[in-house]
Design a protein around this ligand. Structure first.
Ligand code: SAH
Length: 347
């Protein structure tokens, strides 16, 4: 069976040609896929016989809404999607003045092990497919009625640990007859896999790369982010500088403020020192508390920001959206997993 929605339009055309179909068939099918049909039956301008043939040779894997939470404060919507094999992932729709942004997941779970993150607690179950990533954007748009203009890859999973899928996803959402979302409207967030950052640089994409730094010194960073071990902050920042040289795109550094861990003045000073010389932007994120973790939000966010700015580093504090619905990413999935677990135990 072929995963038809993970195919690019040229691939779809080639595949249909093998089946003896004319080239315009690809455009026809492509259009239906992006209207969000959930079966080939719905492609009513194709002959019954051909729809039957598609049914037998191709797969559609639309997700279903397992849970949906709408913020009464700001209209943020959080979706828990159930995938075709029963795994769940999350997406969040955020409404900003510059347009609606959807935050999507790229893996069911995560194997990076960051100490503050809910997504990684039970490890990685599997990579998502390009179609499963695409469908999060498409069905968020269809379900909410809000046209999506921006995408952030900041949900569950590590995008650069599912590299080929993510690249293919980018090609798909970019297609003018598909969702037509430009690279400059897409952000990709990584915990800092240096080899893959170099690999990504070679594509010269105009997306925004966000690097989850969270500490300027190796002792702290290795403690909260195992990915830092054996690499180190210096090498990561060198890689980021190379990335900028290749792509001309300023990097955004994410910094989740954790009480007594990474919020000291000396860490702001060291961060500023290490970022000198390359255009950068620091995004300070108030830590979302994760039930299973002892880490607490910092009370020094404003002071830390001021200190960075004193050194000439641009730093903003991320506005918290959807404060009244399950906060940080990965938590909705965790809860659903807990519930299933409890059911299983009971049953
Ligand atoms: N794996 C990628 C993308 C997913 S996480 C990455 O590491 O960047 C998206 C962002 O949320 C990352 O910056 C991550 O460090 C941050 N994050 C994870 N858990 C958080 C929490 N409890 N509070 C605040 N930010 C968190």
């Amino acid at each position: 069976m072929v995963d038809i929605k993970s195919m690019t339009q040229p691939e779809l055309t080639a595949w249909l040609k093998e089946l003896g179909e004319p080239a315009f068939r690809a455009k026809q099918i492509f259009k239906w896929l992006y209207r969000g049909v959930t079966s080939f039956e719905e492609m009513t301008d194709l002959s019954k016989a051909f729809r039957q043939k598609l049914e037998e040779t191709a797969l559609l894997t639309p997700p279903t809404v397992a849970k949906k939470q709408v913020s009464q404060q700001d209209g943020t919507i959080k979706y828990l999607w159930e995938l075709a094999d029963g795994n769940c992932v999350e997406s969040v729709l955020m409404r900003y003045q510059h347009g609606n942004t959807v935050c999507i997941s790229c893996q069911a779970g995560c194997r990076m092990g960051c100490a503050f993150c809910a997504s990684t607690i039970a490890g990685k179950v599997r990579d998502l497919t390009p179609a499963e990533m695409l469908d999060q954007v498409l069905f968020t748009q269809i379900d909410s009625g809000a046209p999506v203009s921006n995408i952030v890859l900041m949900g569950i999973g590590e995008p650069l640990d599912n590299f080929d899928t993510v690249l293919r996803f980018l090609t798909l959402v970019n297609h003018p007859e598909g969702l037509n979302i430009g690279m400059r409207h897409i952000s990709l967030s990584t915990c800092g896999l240096v080899e893959q950052i170099d690999k990504l640089a070679r594509y010269g994409l105009q997306l925004t790369l966000s690097v989850s730094l969270h500490a300027p010194d190796d002792e702290t960073r290795s403690r909260i982010m195992p990915v830092n071990k054996g690499v180190g902050v210096e090498k990561l920042l060198e890689t980021c500088r190379r990335y900028f040289d290749k792509t001309g795109r300023r990097i955004s550094y994410e910094y989740a403020m954790i009480d007594g861990v990474n919020d000291a003045d000396w860490q702001a000073d060291l961060l500023a020192k290490r970022l000198k010389g390359a255009p950068a932007h620091v995004n300070l994120i108030p830590l979302n508390e994760v039930e299973e973790s002892p880490l607490k939000p910092s009370r020094r966010v404003a002071a830390f920001q001021k200190r960075l700015e004193g050194h000439g580093v641009t730093a903003t504090v991320r506005r918290k959206l959807g404060g009244d619905i399950d906060a940080s990413c990965g938590q909705l999935r965790r809860k659903a997993m807990d519930e299933t677990h409890r059911h299983e135990k009971r049953g």
